[in-house]
Design a binder for this molecule. Structure first.
Ligand code: 8DG
Ligand code: MN
Ligand code: MN
Length: 375
């Protein structure tokens, strides 16, 4: 022990110093930073690093407490050398130069800004960047740019839809859509999905996601279009992009998670009145700006009831959780899972499910509560 004493002494000394100046890796701060690096990799079409940063962010999110020293992350899975390097920088210097370099990069800033517009993906953003455009104002002033309908709505309601949606607002929208659906079909079933279902304690979202079905197969046909019509009649439909169903059950579950699903759906922008909000929750009021309503992004998906459980599981997310679950199904169980179905490749058959519990049971997993899917 004698021989090691100085080393232990130094170690204790360093630890006390680190604690004394309170350099603690707040997990939230870290995952935000890693998400930014992931986004940057996405803009650079580096799929591998992008996924690696997202995975690392998931692992950090799952930790019960903040990371105090590098030792605490040594044994953790999915933390690549780039992630570790960034965390090391933050622990030692209180900031990451690598992250700051990305954040101050002109291209990253422009692509982040452009893709924040509803209807603008990385490809369009890149095209605009290459034309030398750097701000939203410049895009709107450029006569040669043809915006599509979705992008026009994205610009028109930019301020509102880039503002976070609160839980109270999500609840108010749920009531509106439920009432509308029940007015058309009293036995229709509406479920809240996405972040507002899965993130326990998560107060805000970027949109509100819903899933709609009917207890009887086939009865859901035409329902979504009637809901849209009714929302329009009520004067609250600001924008609607409707996609018909292209579900083809003769095709096996897709290997690629990224692939959008084939259910009938609509991407909406709805007008939410302040009066429809609960008294205590409420719209975050901007002092000096009170027009009595805001625009909110809503995704509404309709499925036949026999696909409902798969769609609910898929749309509840998180994306990383879905990705991992599909990978587990494929690698560990020889099964294909997607938003539409679960297929057993060994037995060569589709496994039916009427609830998410059924799907977890088919996979030989314990049921995972929505709020535990926050990967
Ligand atoms: P947020 O809105 O608060 O940002 O978080 P979120 O609710 O988790 O994200 P989201 O972008 O609204 O997506 C919700 C879930 O839906 C997510 O786990 C991914 C899943 N999803 C599908 N298919 C599709 C699709 O076609 N488009 C989108 N945007 N999401 C899809 O399963
Ligand atoms: Mn969402
Ligand atoms: Mn959504």
């Amino acid at each position: 022990v004698g021989g090691h004493f100085p080393a232990i002494c130094v170690c204790l000394h360093v630890c006390t110093c680190v604690c004394a100046i309170e350099i603690i890796l707040e997990n939230n701060l870290n995952t935000d930073v890693l998400e930014e690096l992931a986004e940057n990799s996405e803009f650079n079409e580096s799929k591998g690093p992008c996924l690696a940063f997202r995975r690392a962010a998931s692992v950090l999110k799952s930790l019960p407490s903040a990371v105090h020293c590098l030792g605490a992350i040594q044994g953790l899975p999915c933390l690549g050398e780039h992630t570790k390097a960034v965390m090391e920088e933050i622990l030692i210097f209180g900031r990451s130069f690598k992250v700051e370099e990305v954040q101050s990069d002109e291209r990253y800033q422009a692509l982040k800004l452009f893709t924040s517009v509803f209807g603008v993906g990385p490809k369009t953003a890149e095209k605009w960047y290459r034309r030398g455009l750097r701000s939203l104002k410049e895009i709107l002033a450029e006569p040669n740019i043809q915006l599509n309908r979705m992008q026009r709505a994205g610009f028109l309601y930019y301020r509102d839809i880039s503002k976070a949606v609160s839980k109270a607002e999500a609840k108010a929208l749920r009531s509106i859509i439920e009432e509308t659906a029940h007015w058309i079909a009293p036995d229709s079933i509406l479920a809240l999905t996405g972040g507002f279902r899965s993130h326990r304690g998560k107060e805000y979202g970027h949109d509100v996601d819903f899933l709609l079905t009917m207890p009887e197969m086939g009865k859901e046909e035409g329902l979504l279009l009637r809901v849209i019509d009714r929302l329009r009649d009520q004067g609250i439909l600001l924008y609607c992009e409707h996609q018909g169903s292209t579900v083809d059950m003769s095709k096996l579950p897709s290997r690629r998670f990224e692939a959008m699903d084939h259910f009938e759906k609509c991407f909406l922008i709805l007008r939410l009145e302040e009066g429809q909000m609960e008294r205590d929750g409420g719209l975050q009021k901007d002092p000096g700006e009170s027009r009595g309503w805001r625009a909110v992004r809503v995704d509404l998906v309709a499925t036949p009831v026999d696909r409902y459980a798969f769609a609910l599981l898929g749309w509840t997310g998180s994306r990383q959780f879905e990705r991992d679950l599909r990978r587990f199904a494929r690698k560990e169980r020889g099964m294909c899972l997607d938003n539409h179905a679960l297929y057993d490749k060994t037995k060569k058959l589709f496994l039916p499910a009427t609830s998410e519990e059924d799907i977890f049971a088919h996979l030989g997993l314990e049921y995972v509560e929505p709020w535990q899917r926050n990967a």
